[in-house]
Design a protein around this ligand. Structure first.
Ligand code: NAD
Ligand code: UDP
Length: 312
């Protein structure tokens, strides 16, 4: 039985990952300080024999005997990561440093949850892994974008200096069950607004694009990356290459929820990237991964989940 540490395990991605790894017969340490995570996300795992929840902030070291580490702990939604940017930076740097030291000590593999945000507002479209990005280092998104970039740097310096077994993934916008209704990201905002027949808040004119990946596809990709041999470090993009404007997303959500909501246009936040679409040929080639769930089917599942959350 493998012992697997998932940091950020009570969050959206982490709780789905814990569930899958647990179902696959592993022993799970779920480390989370509940900054944005919720105990309800892991309620059906907590208390089970091979699952241990540890309330801990990864900016402080922790000592556990583990075979694999998935380092997901970090607020991911713009309103959450911008609320206390110094905290976000500390989590990205000190937290990742602590997890890399733990991986080194255990000779464990570590998967680092990086992000498409490292490409910033991209000047190359779609985004390939060797594109170095266009990030404003002093803007309001920098605590996250630059934090994630230094996280990647730390991983690769541990790999070069200590031969630590690293896997860096760059996750593109993902959605699905266990998202917090108060998370603030576009998919959850639009679905909740539509289900409540409230105004749908498009920031800017809605022409900016994103590529939305359903949670199950992402989780299968993460597990496949972890299973690659030690020479494979990434960085590798994980996301759905189908690209939509934010306006198209709003229309789809309104249609699928049969909502009476009206669209309102609010100010576009500073440094909001105009386009986002992954090239996923590296993932296909290295571990035969590509998403299977299209946006419409994924939204249907997400809508079911949010209806339960809102008791509708
Ligand atoms: P989330 O906010 O739902 O989960 C993050 C979890 O980390 C929460 O449970 C939170 O309590 C925990 N956490 C935060 N700071 C911590 C700390 N210092 N110590 C311990 N726990 C801490 O976000 P998510 O969407 O599940 O994202 C998980 C990871 O994936 C993040 O690292 C994020 O940057 C990355 N990512 C997510 C997406 C996406 O679309 N969901 C895209 C790109 C990257
Ligand atoms: N967005 C929006 N309305 C919302 C929330 C977000 O129009 O209620 C836009 C946001 O400005 C961005 C896109 O949707 O252009 C994706 O935002 P999200 O916060 O989900 O993630 P990002 O990719 O920006 O990190």
């Amino acid at each position: 039985m493998k012992k697997i540490l998932v940091t950020g395990g009570a969050g959206f991605l982490g709780s789905n990952l814990c569930q899958k790894l647990f179902n696959d017969g592993n022993y799970i340490y779920c480390v989370d300080n509940l900054y944005t995570g919720r105990m309800k996300n892991i309620a059906n795992l907590n208390g089970k024999g091979d699952f241990e929840f540890i309330n801990h902030d990864i900016t402080k070291p922790i000592d556990l005997a583990v075979d694999e580490i998935y380092n997901l702990a970090c607020p991911a939604s713009p309103p959450h990561y911008q609320k206390d940017p110094i905290y976000t930076l500390n989590t990205c740097y000190l937290g990742t440093l602590n997890m890399l030291n733990l991986a080194r000590k255990n000779n464990a593999k570590i998967l680092q949850a990086s992000t498409s945000e490292i490409y910033g507002d991209p000047l190359v479209h779609p985004q390939v892994e060797d594109y170095r990005g266009n990030v404003n280092p002093i803007g309001i998104r920098a605590c996250y974008d630059e934090g994630k970039r230094i996280g990647e740097t730390l991983c690769f310096d541990f790999y070069r200096q200590y031969q630590t077994k690293i896997k860096v993934i760059r996750i593109f916008n993902t959605y699905g069950p266990n998202m917090d209704p108060a998370d603030g990201r576009v998919v959850s905002n639009f679905i909740i607004q539509a289900l409540q027949n409230k105004d749908i808040t498009i920031y800017g004119d809605g022409s900016q694009t994103r590529s939305f990946c359903y949670i199950d596809d992402l989780i299968s990709g993460m597990i496949k990356v972890m299973a690659t041999d030690n020479q494979f470090t990434g960085p590798v993009n994980l996301g759905n290459p189908d690209e939509f404007t934010v306006s198209e997303l709003a229309e789809k959500v309104i249609k699928l929820t049969q909502s009476n909501s009206e669209i309102v246009y609010l100010q576009l936040p500073l440094d909001d990237p105009l386009q986002r679409k992954p090239v996923i040929s590296l993932a296909k080639q290295e571990f035969n991964w590509e998403p299977k769930v299209n946006l419409e089917n994924g939204l249907i599942e997400a809508i079911k989940y949010f209806k339960q959350e809102l008791n509708i």
